[in-house]
Design a protein around this ligand. Structure first.
Ligand SMILES: [Zn+2]
Length: 164
């Protein structure tokens, strides 16, 4: 269940995402990490700019948050992401030990190109993790977030589909 404060943070994440552009072609994905009501890190997807397949918004946010926090252990923090984290970012969330992941648009709200696996879902990674305290909550400002991305039935050119 998402709360009003979650919506406020997600609004900030949406604004940050839109700083990249408002078209799905601009890859407007953003993540914010919040601990004790304060932002530890804000980041956008920079895979193309950095020529780095791991430069997803969440990964960039973890890198920044660790430095600010002086510790890679982000226990008690919440990761906000405009799009459901992929497998890599979900695993990084487990390693970073965030307490909650709150995302906007989910797998079913967007084109399949945003996810690396046909069937494995973020939920599956989390269900099987040793971290039993990690909470995953989707659908926070889902419509606004989903509007940033290619829709499930969009005819996306194959060269733009990063997962194949
Ligand atoms: Zn990712």
């Amino acid at each position: 269940m998402t709360h009003e404060t979650d919506k406020a943070w997600m609004e900030q994440a949406i604004k940050l995402a839109m700083s990249k552009g408002k078209s799905p072609q601009d890859t407007p994905i953003a993540a914010i990490i919040v601990l004790d009501g304060k932002i530890l890190a804000r980041a956008i997807n920079q895979t193309e700019e950095l020529c780095d397949a791991t430069a997803h918004a969440e990964m960039m946010a973890f890198r920044k948050a660790g430095k600010v926090h002086g510790d890679m252990d982000l226990r008690g923090a919440t990761l906000y992401s405009t799009l459901q984290p992929c497998g890599m970012c979900t695993m990084a969330s487990v390693w970073a030990k965030v307490g909650r992941i709150v995302y906007g648009a989910g797998r079913d709200d967007v084109h399949r190109m945003y996810f690396e696996d046909r069937h494995l879902d973020t939920m599956d990674f989390i269900k099987d993790a040793w971290r039993e305290d990690l909470v995953l909550e989707g659908g926070c400002l889902k419509k606004q977030c989903a509007a940033l991305y290619f829709k499930p039935d969009d005819d996306v050119p194959i060269e733009m589909q990063g997962n194949i």
